[in-house]
Design a protein around this ligand. Structure first.
Ligand SMILES: *Cc1c(COP(=O)(O)O)cnc(C)c1O
Length: 379
């Protein structure tokens, strides 16, 4: 699904000495590399504060702790996402409220969101699934009207732009009260192990969060709040700082691959290619509204298991993200839920298939993948 080796070969000359430097200086934790990466990412995103941490799941958890959410508070998020999003809500003894997504962009459905708000609701966690932003303008209006926090799960959309109706563009993850991202190796900006970060423009919240990631300390050995130990190590920061200047090009390479996939599939009725809904109605070079963490098709009247098996036989990796809606996962089933409210997710889990998507895909590979799929469909 991803070709990390090819990407590494291109940046080896920068990454290797940078890792070596960390080892030589032995500044393994909270070293200068971490601060440098933090500052560079703040500049890139146009956000006041980036707080690095150990992984994307921690980033979400710490964001919720920083906002002071309390057991019993209801937090609304989507039924169609990676489990980490709902896991941290449950772990903090907050009450997850799962809602359905849209048919076109697979992101949080605004009507479902509105319907789910109760007097106990305290926060909304939109997930920018597969690389494009949820409808943040409307989500922020709803949040404001109902006095709710917004925590963006930006693990899949780093570098994507969100365009407001007045044309203003901002980076995904910097719109809500707080944003959380992951630097897991296969993410659009991935390190060589685990890593994550929290973004916010709120000075007070940034201060609170900086203490939480470090055992609740604001002054050495003074523990004012219950915190966690969640740090980005210096070696990962060295890798990330070397890769950050390439992020826009990496995302462009993904968009290029998506464009080629789209054009190969455009006349195939049984295949629905990904839809971009914010900024433009295609994949354009200027709006960067979609950074294709995944390239996900919806297939109709095709036996998905047989297709997956066929692709594997032909040496083509593929994935099903996600095969089970969260409200049907054993850990998250709840009698509050009504199947009628999850019509789209219940269908998507049957229809979706994600194709190889990374920065090193070449024309020959794309042609092999698309022709293999089209031949399978046409019998
Ligand atoms: C990857 C991912 C996470 C978790 O990130 P980790 O760094 O693996 O903990 C959270 N949410 C979404 C949507 C993700 O894709």
């Amino acid at each position: 699904m991803v070709d990390l080796k090819g990407q590494y070969n291109d940046i080896k000359d920068i990454v290797n000495p940078s890792i070596q430097e960390v080892i030589e200086t032995t500044a393994f934790v909270n070293g200068p590399k971490v601060h440098k990466f933090q500052e560079n990412l703040e500049k890139y995103l146009g956000v006041k504060h980036v707080i690095p941490c150990a992984n994307g799941t921690d980033a979400l958890q710490i964001a919720m702790m920083g906002l002071g959410l309390k057991p019993g508070d209801e937090v609304i998020t989507v039924d169609f996402t990676f489990a980490a999003t709902v896991e941290v809500i449950a772990l903090l003894q907050l009450t997850p409220v799962l809602v359905d997504v849209n048919e076109d962009d697979f992101n949080i459905n605004i009507n479902a969101l509105k319907k789910a708000i109760t007097p106990k609701t305290k926060a909304i966690v939109p997930v920018h699934l597969f690389g494009q932003c949820a409808n943040m303008e409307v989500i922020m209006e709803i949040a404001k009207a109902n006095n709710l926090f917004v925590i963006e799960d930006n693990a899949q959309a780093i570098g994507a732009n969100y365009t407001y109706s007045n044309g203003t563009k901002v980076k995904a993850g910097t719109i809500g009260n707080v944003g959380a991202t992951s630097f897991f190796p296969s993410k659009n900006l991935g390190c060589y192990g685990d890593g994550g970060a929290i973004f916010t423009n709120d000075d007070k919240l940034a201060h609170t969060i900086r203490g939480i990631v470090n055992h609740g300390m604001y002054e050495r050995y003074h523990h004012d709040v219950v915190g966690v130990n969640s740090r980005l190590d210096s070696i990962q920061a060295a890798v990330l700082d070397a890769k950050l200047p390439h992020l826009d090009n990496y995302n462009k390479a993904r968009q290029n691959a998506a464009r080629k996939y789209n054009s190969a599939f455009k006349d195939i009725e049984k295949i629905q290619t990904p839809k971009t809904v914010n900024g433009c109605d295609g994949i354009c070079d200027t709006c960067d509204c979609h950074v294709f963490h995944q390239y996900t098709l919806r297939i109709k009247d095709i036996d998905r298991n047989a297709l997956v098996k066929h692709l594997n036989e032909k040496g083509i990796p593929c994935g099903v993200y996600y095969p089970i809606p969260l409200h049907k996962q054993k850990a998250y089933v709840d009698e509050r839920y009504n199947e009628e409210d999850f019509k789209v997710t219940n269908q998507l889990v049957k229809d979706v298939i994600s194709l190889p998507m990374h920065t090193e895909l070449d024309d020959e590979q794309i042609e092999y993948i698309t022709s293999t799929i089209i031949k399978f469909i046409n019998g």
